[in-house]
Design a protein around this ligand. Structure first.
Ligand code: SF4
Length: 149
C-alpha cells in the first residue's frame, strides 16, 4: 500500500469516527474516485461543475470535466493519452466569454463573447452554453460535435 493510500485511509477513518466533513483539493481523479462523495470541478478559479462522484464520472457535463476524465490512462483508447491543449489563463490574461473557450473543443463565437450562465442540477450546474449529455453538447450549432468520453 502506498503512503498516499495510507494517508487517505487514515483521513477517511477519522471522518467516520468524528463525523466531520472532509474537503480534499486534488488534481488526481483517481483519489477523487476512491474517496469523494461529491465533487466540485474548478477551472481558472471558477466552479465549472458539481455533482455526486458517480454521476460526474459516469456522465460529465462540462467539457473541461470530460477532457480531464478522457485523459485518465484507464480510459484511454489510443496509444497516446488525450491532452488538453493550451494553458489555464492567469488573473490578468482572462479571455472574454467563457474562461475555458481557448481550450475547448466545442467553443463557438458565442463562447468567446458571452460568459455562460450556470446550468441546473440535472446538468451538474455546469458553467457552459452547451452542457454535455452522454458526450453530446446540447443545442450546439454543429450537430456532429461529440466528446471523446
Ligand atoms: S461555454 Fe463554450 S467554450 Fe465554454 S465550456 Fe461550454 S462549450 Fe466550451
Amino acid at each position: 500500500m502506498t503512503i498516499q493510500a495510507q494517508i487517505l485511509d487514515l483521513l477517511l477513518d477519522l471522518r467516520k469516527q468524528t463525523g466531520m466533513a472532509l474537503v480534499l483539493i486534488t488534481h488526481d481523479m483517481g483519489v477523487v474516485a476512491e474517496t469523494a462523495e461529491r465533487v466540485a470541478v474548478l477551472y481558472a478559479g471558477q466552479k465549472v461543475e458539481e455533482a455526486p462522484v458517480g454521476e460526474l464520472f459516469g456522465d460529465p457535463h462540462h467539457p473541461y470535466t470530460a477532457a480531464l476524465l478522457a485523459s485518465l490512462p484507464e480510459r484511454a483508447t489510443g496509444r497516446e493519452l488525450p491532452a488538453i491543449g493550451g494553458v489555464v489563463p492567469g488573473l490578468f490574461d482572462r479571455p472574454n466569454g467563457c474562461l475555458f473557450s481557448p481550450r475547448c473543443r466545442f467553443a463557438t463565437e458565442r463562447c468567446t463573447k458571452v460568459a455562460p450562465s450556470r446550468q441546473g442540477k440535472a446538468a451538474g450546474y455546469a458553467l457552459c452554453h452547451y452542457p454535455l449529455v452522454h458526450g453530446q453538447p446540447v443545442e450546439h450549432p454543429d450537430p456532429h460535435a461529440q466528446a471523446t468520453v
